[in-house]
Design a protein around this ligand. Sequence first.
Ligand SMILES: [Zn+2]
Length: 432
Amino acid sequence: MKLITRFYNILILIIIQNINAQNFKIDTADYPQRKQFLTGYKEKSKIFNKGIKKYSGSENRELSKVFSAFQTSLEEDIKDRNYLFDERFISFVKEKVQMIADKNPDIPNDFNILIAKDNEPNAFNFGDHTLVVNSGLFYYLNNDNQFIGIICHEMAHARLEHTIHSILSRIRKNNDKKTEVSLLKKSANQQEKAFEMFKTMLYSNMKERREQEIRADSLGFEYYKKLGLQKDAFVSALQLLKSVDEQKPDSIYTTTYRKVFDIPNQKFKVEWLKMEDFSQYNYKLYTKKISEDSLKSHPNIDLRMTLLKQKITEGGFNQEERDATPAFKELKELAGKRIIPNYYDTEKYGLGIYNCLAILQKKPDDDFAKFYLGKFFNKIYEARKAYTLNRYLDKIDPKKQSYSYQQFLSLMWNLNLDEIRKIKDFYEKSES
Ligand SMILES: [Zn+2]
């Protein structure tokens, strides 16, 4: 699965129907579950780190360094509330992992399972038997079998120890091998950097990664076949992820800004829409660049689908798509309701506002979007006061962003502190 952050986020259009304000409350009651997970994770990490010993002396030292730095960074990431400790998701994933492992005894079944508050349809494992499923995966997939297919693919990565192999080949290749590891160690406190660096280490070798993907598909499909489920879900899941990847983000029209930001105690100001002139940029060129890059994030996806389809045809399997179970439908719906809160919890306030605007463009009276607009603007206001706004709001970059997103960022950066405060005050009132 892809891990590389895309240049710009896909604008997610969701229609959330008539939810009452009291349902909007942010759940902070997950402290005991987080604590419990961390305790279990530390124990399992110890066991895993001992297992690394099977590699030769110097390699196992380097591997241990990488993994322990990674484990610290993951623990911090968990403390930062980037994961959703909702039993409904977790037990569903556990059940599927168990179901796959029951028919495929070679799969390790001691996985740490995390649900990331991330709207990208993605799942990945960190090589230390930690399986992360983004809540966005539930939102985008259509049914249980597609989900099981993705998990089989991840189980195959784990079984084949792809993460360890990637790190090892990286260590072996680099004459200057100390650099990255010591960098990783140094920045262990700055967990975000360590985390990103870990991911970069894993995925910088595109060729190796492509080969690993094809091998994970192949073995994952063997796992899947043993479950006796309808076979093409494994491919249709890939097809779906590809189409999400290629989706063009919707535009926010200026009329939407004029409506949403024209409030009783502050009229809309035309100068907010002023943008720097980037007309010299060739947007077509950049669009091409962007799409090439996003395809890279799903390496060889067409080839992967072709190879998988061959396997299916050979077997003469039923091509019919099975419906989602009520359990999956419930999670899909829950994941949809999580989209805006995910941006809030993971401090992506700018993107949160952009997505609220997209909802309000379609449904001007959506209370949920208005409620969150107040919350996001409160954070933007605090950040603006503390001169930390660039942590939460992207800088304009015509090479990497759609025109609509640049327009949005211009507007946000054009607002002064007092104007932000008035917008915040107005939308915070929609809470009651
Ligand atoms: Zn994969």
